[in-house]
Design a protein around this ligand. Structure first.
Ligand SMILES: C[S@@+](CC[C@H](N)C(=O)[O-])C[C@H]1O[C@@H](n2cnc3c(N)ncnc32)[C@H](O)[C@@H]1O
Length: 291
């Protein structure tokens, strides 16, 4: 059997390039979260209650909001909270049900449309906007900013600095920044792991058929893991999606927060009150704006 079409040949040299480690923080395809097709697949993953793929399961979200409210939100002097990367509004709607004045921002039009419909169905008044929180300048000041599901560590150091500046600017004095990151113990595929697969149609990355290569790389000295997905369509055109994840420990995240004008007031293994231990795979963090 010959898999080549007329006048086509496989460029083996190019394919072998895909197995090489890209430079640290090499660019990714721009449209990962807001591509109309991918964001629809992502939305389905977010709202699927049986998986933790894009959003955590409903019982985890419930426990997180309950703990944050009891331990931190109730201590705030005001009640204005914004969720960055709010997705389909799974946290915002729960927080609004507790009586807070809630806003959400997300790059994905599909996710925001879903979040707005959910708010309407639950008779909640939540302000949603489609936007990039890296370019965000807030005119309103908040008592707390949340950024949940390891999104902070997906950015490079300069982007994280910008993000911290934006959050600092958006918070009232003494306001809280609530987020989570991975640690080095987080599950990571080894550099030797390559996975080629074929999808005839309606796969995760595009509606038409494609061939994909998924591989991962660890950048030990920079404390970063990369999960890379190379998608090749029938015409041989490629798109490369890269998900970078910087890992932290309590001291590296605390210094980064200090530099950004925050004081770390709590660190645990999650955002449900579980204490931190040296084999924790993640950290839930509460930081307070210092000035
Ligand atoms: C892993 S999901 C988590 C969603 C939500 N926090 C949750 O846990 O259910 C990341 C979300 O952040 C959004 N996002 C990623 N980068 C963003 C950016 N720069 N500005 C705004 N939203 C962003 C994505 O569209 C996606 O909805």
């Amino acid at each position: 059997m010959n898999i080549l079409g007329e006048n086509h040949s496989i460029n083996l040299a190019k394919l072998s390039e895909f197995h090489k480690r890209p430079p640290l923080y090499a660019a990714t395809e721009d449209h990962f979260w807001d591509d109309p097709y991918i964001s629809q697949q992502m939305l389905e993953a977010h709202i699927n209650p049986t998986t933790d793929v894009a959003s955590r399961k409903p019982e985890t979200i419930e426990a997180t909001v309950e703990w944050l409210d009891k331990e931190f939100f109730q201590t705030l002097s005001g009640n204005q909270i914004i969720d960055l990367g709010c997705g389909p509004g799974l946290y915002t709607s729960k927080i609004a049900q507790l009586g807070y004045e809630v806003s959400g921002i997300d790059l994905s039009k599909n996710a925001i449309q879903y979040a707005k419909k959910l708010a309407k169905k639950l008779d909640l008044s939540i302000k949603y906007q489609i936007g990039n929180y890296l370019d965000w300048r807030s005119y309103q000041k908040y008592d707390a900013v949340t950024l949940i599901y390891y999104d902070y560590g997906t950015f490079n150091p300069l982007q994280r600095q910008i993000l911290l500046e934006n959050i600092h600017e958006a918070l009232k004095p003494g306001g809280l920044f609530v987020f989570d990151v991975i640690t080095k113990n987080h599950e990571h595929q080894s550099d030797q792991c390559w996975e080629w697969s074929v999808c005839e149609n309606n796969g995760f990355w595009m509606q038409e058929g494609y061939l994909s290569l998924s591989n991962s790389f660890r950048y030990e000295s920079a404390a970063v893991d990369l999960s890379q997905h190379i998608i090749i369509n029938e015409n041989g055109e490629t798109k490369i999606y890269r998900i970078w994840q910087h890992w932290f420990d309590p001291s590296t995240i605390s210094s980064e927060l200090e530099e950004g004008g925050f004081e770390m007031v709590w660190v645990g293994s999650d955002l449900q009150g579980t204490g931190f231990s040296h084999d924790s795979e993640a950290m839930g963090i509460i930081a307070r704006k210092k000035n």
